[in-house]
Design a protein around this ligand. Structure first.
Ligand code: FES
Length: 55
């Protein structure tokens, strides 16, 4: 399931970037060489980042 439909980022990719230390939802996109566009994925990405901080 895609978290970011605009750039095809799935949950696994977002978790991978969060575990690598990415802390902002915009930077998750940069990590994969894209730029955020519509922003609809921001809440879900922020949630995954905060979950990964607590692991
Ligand atoms: S769904 Fe991620 S930028 Fe549009």
């Amino acid at each position: 399931m895609f978290i970011c439909n605009c750039h095809g980022l799935n949950e696994q990719k977002v978790i991978e970037a969060a575990r690598a230390g990415v802390e902002k939802w915009e930077d998750i996109h940069s990590y994969f060489g894209t730029k955020p566009s519509c922003g609809m994925c921001s809440e879900e990405i922020r949630q995954i980042i905060s979950e990964q901080k607590n692991v």
